[in-house]
Design a protein around this ligand. Structure first.
Ligand SMILES: *[C@@H]1O[C@H](CO)[C@@H](O)[C@H](O)[C@H]1NC(C)=O
Ligand SMILES: *[C@@H]1O[C@H](CO)[C@@H](O)[C@H](O)[C@H]1NC(C)=O
Ligand SMILES: *[C@@H]1O[C@H](CO)[C@@H](O)[C@H](O)[C@H]1NC(C)=O
Ligand SMILES: *[C@@H]1O[C@H](CO)[C@@H](O)[C@H](O)[C@H]1NC(C)=O
Ligand SMILES: *[C@@H]1O[C@H](CO)[C@@H](O)[C@H](O)[C@H]1NC(C)=O
Ligand SMILES: *[C@@H]1O[C@H](CO)[C@@H](O)[C@H](O)[C@H]1NC(C)=O
Length: 578
């Protein structure tokens, strides 16, 4: 997080001791943040590394992807129940994985797209085994097809999967397209207690298991937490667990091995998941290798965390990818995460090295247009105000998450990389004059969930009691919400009114609704939900029900509720008034 970013431009071969010292004195030597100059007197130079804007096509292309649904599959899994997920579409926007159709053919495709004469044959092949599916649907997202692993031997090395899409035009000509991806089918881990975290690419859920039970989706929620604070009193870990959090992210430096071991041992014991942070060492492959080997057998390990805001100071562009490859070569049983701070700075390069990307957008209590710290304005081309290219509104958070999802989509990474949120839970330092209130914290978290965050990891504990209380409340509710977030048969939709952000997860005859009012002051917002009598409240924060059956939101109020469907429309007429 930017509060500490000035320490991060030091080359990583510096010892932890020196890094720690520089955190305290805030040594300033970086010339850029997010590719921009930010010191008084420096020239304005537009940042490099801007993500290319999407290309509108004159003639449509064929976008085709095919990936193992779960990473990794394990020896002990039922070898007949693995699957691939397939996306096929004709697109008028170019994706990294979309390819032109032969120019003469798209006319007939267009003509045939609604007719039954357009055929699609999908073939999924791994090693020598191909399975063909005739006349599969054309415009599909996440079509799930079985993939048998029964003839494969589990091994550390990835298998390669080749999928072929054969499009048959109505006059009989065919065009063939391939997509190759890798499949992890790993031996049972061991020795040691061990743990495995799977990533379900259909839902974006991490999957964990307790004991030998089957894997279940988990919505991870837990704070970045100061290591010194934890190490001072191990009972804090029990308290965090009892508050409902399911994971913790201790922030290095980790003092010494004995203290680290004591903390990790306690996590293993009480069943609180660990995000293991290598921010200071992730560019040092020797150090990564040592850390991965010593940590990977901990039962509590959920996720690796490499770079913390590498895009801020502009770490080497291949650094996250190099760390990622090494971690997978040594482990492979746990996904890799990294936090990105910039709105638009070499996204592809930095994101390439993570399965979970955490955009951290801190817009509370800072002037996002003028930096008091550096006495300069902040613009698209210059300055550092603690929130890159922000407007100072809550929309900064949802816009950043949406943009991140959009970039992942264009790169063809939307089924392999997922985002988590980093709600602001600090302030009164550097750019941020105050801490968020508990209600503001909740708003950030719920808004992020509506915008596809699959985990919540606020910066930073110790945090004010007010924030902790709200976070704990949400953590305790999550087990009720998770089946909606990660259900196989759930339809998600989102409606945005000027201020109300409303997400709906519909599962059978029930809908989960999360709504939050981004208006920080004055007017109340008002949401009408049909089937009023069917509303089951899960959380009401600054929200009440009027006698006319409207839900009234105070500024920054939030609601979570279930709505049973009477007719076909879940939210027949949702509207808001000001
Ligand atoms: C394995 O999966 C297949 C396909 O889903 C299922 O038919 C079979 O019953 C499963 N076997 C076991 C032992 O669970
Ligand atoms: C089928 O249609 C395509 C595109 O119009 C054309 O290139 C091809 O020659 C046709 N093939 C036959 C067998 O008519
Ligand atoms: C599987 O499909 C690939 C690609 O279409 C092909 O080259 C290969 O011969 C097929 N293998 C078998 C055993 O059918
Ligand atoms: C698709 O894969 C098959 C078999 O691997 C190969 O023979 C063929 O040339 C590939 N086609 C394309 C368009 O890459
Ligand atoms: C250790 O932390 C627990 C939980 O916060 C607290 O109840 C206890 O008083 C602390 N002990 C000491 C010695 O500070
Ligand atoms: C910052 O500037 C933007 C664009 O000029 C404006 O929309 C926004 O309200 C300003 N924010 C603050 C906190 O002054």
């Amino acid at each position: 997080m930017p509060g500490f970013h000035l320490a991060r431009q030091h080359p990583v071969h510096l010892s932890k001791v020196i890094l720690f010292a520089s955190l305290l004195v805030r040594v300033v030597s970086a010339e850029i943040w997010c590719g921009k100059n930010y010191r008084e007197g420096q020239p304005v130079a537009p940042p490099q590394g801007v993500f290319p804007s999407s290309v509108q096509l004159q003639t449509p292309e064929f976008a085709f992807k095919c990936l193992p649904r779960v990473q990794p599959y394990l020896e002990r899994d039922n070898c007949s129940s693995a699957s691939v997920i397939v996306d096929t579409s004709l697109t008028s926007v170019h994706f990294r994985h979309s390819v032109p159709l032969p120019s003469e053919s798209f006319v007939s495709l267009n003509a045939a797209s609604s007719s039954t004469s357009l055929g699609l044959i999908l073939t999924v092949g791994v090693e020598d085994h191909n399975t063909s599916y005739q006349n599969t649907e054309f415009d599909v997202k996440n079509l799930e097809l079985p993939l048998s692993l029964c003839s494969l031997l589990p091994r550390r090395e990835p298998y390669s999967i080749t999928c072929t899409a054969k499009i048959r035009l109505f006059n009989g000509t065919t065009h063939t397209y391939n997509y190759t991806s890798s499949l992890l089918y790993l031996p049972t881990p061991g020795p040691g207690p061990g743990s495995v975290t799977k990533l379900d690419r259909k839902t974006g859920a991490l999957m964990t298991h307790s004991g030998n039970d089957k894997f279940e989706p988990i919505f991870p929620i837990g704070f970045y937490t100061d290591f010194g604070y934890l190490a001072s009193n191990l009972t804090i870990l029990d308290e965090i667990k009892s508050q409902g959090f399911n994971m913790i992210h201790p922030v290095p430096p980790f003092h010494n091995e004995v203290t680290l071991d004591a903390v990790l041992h306690r996590l293993d014991e009480i069943g609180l998941f660990l995000v293991y942070d290598m921010r200071h060492s992730y560019q040092d492959l020797t150090s990564i290798a040592q850390e991965v080997k010593s940590i990977m057998n901990h039962r509590s390990l959920l996720l690796w965390y490499t770079a913390d805001e590498p895009d801020g100071p502009g770490d080497p562009l291949d650094a996250t990818q190099a760390a990622y490859n090494l971690i997978y070569s040594l482990d492979g049983y746990h996904p890799v995460s990294a936090a990105l701070n910039c709105a638009d700075y070499y996204f592809e390069e930095y994101a390439s090295g993570a399965d979970i990307i955490l955009p951290d957008v801190y817009m509370i209590g800072n002037n996002v247009n003028f930096s008091l710290k550096y006495n300069t304005p902040c613009t698209k081309d210059f300055g550092c105000c603690g929130c890159d290219n922000c407007q100072g509104h809550f929309d900064d958070i949802s816009n950043r998450l949406d943009k991140t999802i959009e970039k992942l989509g264009l790169l063809g990474w939307d089924s392999t990389k997922f985002i988590w949120a980093v709600p602001q839970a600090f302030g009164g330092e550097e750019f941020w004059t105050r801490v968020p209130t508990g209600r503001e914290w909740l708003l950030q978290a719920l808004l992020s969930i509506n915008h596809k965050a699959r985990g919540i990891m606020p910066w930073i504990d110790p945090t004010p009691k007010d924030i902790k209380r709200y976070a704990s409340r949400l953590a305790q509710l999550l087990p009720q919400l998770t089946p909606f977030f990660f259900g196989d048969d759930v339809k998600f939709s989102r409606v945005k009114f000027p201020y109300l952000d409303v997400g709906t997860w519909r599962k059978g005859r029930k809908s989960l609704i999360i709504a939050t009012n981004l208006n920080p002051e004055s007017a109340n917002s008002d949401l009408r939900v049909d089937g009023q009598n069917k509303v089951d409240w899960i959380l009401q924060e600054g929200v009440s029900l009027s006698i006319t059956g409207h839900i009234i939101f105070e500024p920054m109020g939030s609601a979570i509720f279930l709505n049973s469907i009477v007719e076909d429309e879940p939210l027949g007429h949702v509207h808001d008034e000001f």
